[in-house]
Ligand binder design. Structure first.
Ligand code: CAA
Length: 283
């Protein structure tokens, strides 16, 4: 299947990153969000990221402009009807995602695959909102999307092998290495990553170590590029909490209970880098 136009719903840190890597691979991208302001912020992220790549000498300015020229923005979801493949990268909220999928199912012709970048909501549940469950799949990028090599491809119970293969091939076209996961809460990535982050929050909560010491142990002792608390700030503490809730609800196992300190931070609006404060403070 030749994907010439890729539709991206959502222009936040994930949606804009996905739009960027798609455009860098040579496909045309239509990026949608509910407000032009959000789209402008997303385009700002993309420009900044591309300028970084140009500065490194890994891309010419002309190529950067060509990449930017391949991305169009729209506040009208109906424009997704022009895309050959659509990925949803909206906020990690089940009702919002279900609504988007119900609307995309009306807008896009039945042959179009609808992917989701959800980090933990079951693919089968999202697929059930559509009349094309065999064409619904998880295409889960990692943050920061331009840098991270992985795409986790998640098949729901009804996802067809053809849908899987198209998504796998598209991930490779975008310069990523795909890995296949089945549809269980958190898939592979967050089933393993989030309990580690949650445990780091417990370690902080119980006074086992300071934020710096916890992060230093994992960075220097385990060679992780970032400590778990720094990483939580990068991902967003609201997202971390939402994923822990999904694991807890999905498995009904108390080992996945979110640490109450994580919940407290989220309630205080300390969501990490995006709000200027999480476990650390940012400019
Ligand atoms: N756009 C383009 N390039 C970027 C970039 C961006 N947004 N951010 C970083 N880079 C580039 C830098 O220019 C640099 O390039 P070179 O190697 O060519 O010099 C390279 O990436 C490394 O960046 P920095 O030197 O600025 O910083 P660093 O070495 O500390 O790396 C990091 C930063 C890549 C974020 C690294 O710390 C890291 O890998 N952290 C872990 C990230 C991670 O675990 N992500 C997954 C989160 S989980 C998730 O996303 C899934 C989910 O469902 C929650």
């Amino acid at each position: 299947m030749d994907i010439k136009t890729y539709g991206v719903v959502g222009s936040g840190q994930m949606g804009s990153g996905i739009a960027q890597v798609a455009a860098m691979s040579g496909v045309d991208v239509i990026m949608n969000d509910i407000k032009q302001d959000f789209l402008d912020v997303g385009m700002g992220y993309i420009k900044k990221s591309l300028e970084r790549i140009v500065k490194k000498g890994k891309m010419t300015e002309a190529d950067m402009n060509a990449v930017l020229g391949r991305i169009t923005t729209t506040v009208d979801l109906k424009d997704m009807g022009k895309a050959d493949y659509v990925i949803e990268a909206a906020t990690e909220n089940e009702e919002i995602k279900y609504d988007i999928f119900r609307r995309l199912d009306e807008i896009c012709t039945p042959d179009i695959i609808l992917g989701t970048n959800t980090s933990s909501i079951p693919i089968g549940r999202i697929a059930a909102e559509t009349k094309r469950p065999e064409k619904v799949i998880g295409m889960h990028f990692m943050h920061p999307v331009p840098v991270m090599k992985l795409v986790e491809v998640i098949c729901g119970i009804a996802t067809s092998e053809e849908t899987f293969q198209v998504t796998w091939d598209l991930s490779e076209k975008f310069g990523k290495t795909p890995a296949r996961a089945n549809d269980f809460p958190g898939f592979i990535s967050n089933r393993i990553l989030m309990p580690m982050i949650n445990e780091a929050v417990f370690a902080l909560f119980q006074g086992i170590g300071s934020r710096e010491d916890i992060d230093t142990v994992m960075k220097l002792g385990m060679n992780h590029p970032m400590g778990p608390l720094e990483l939580a700030d990068l991902i967003g503490l609201d997202t971390c909490l939402a994923i822990m809730e999904t694991l807890h609800d999905g498995f009904k196992d108390s080992k996945y209970r979110p640490c109450s300190l994580l919940r407290k931070y989220v309630e205080a609006g300390w969501l990490g880098r995006k709000t200027g404060r999480g476990f650390y403070e940012y400019e």
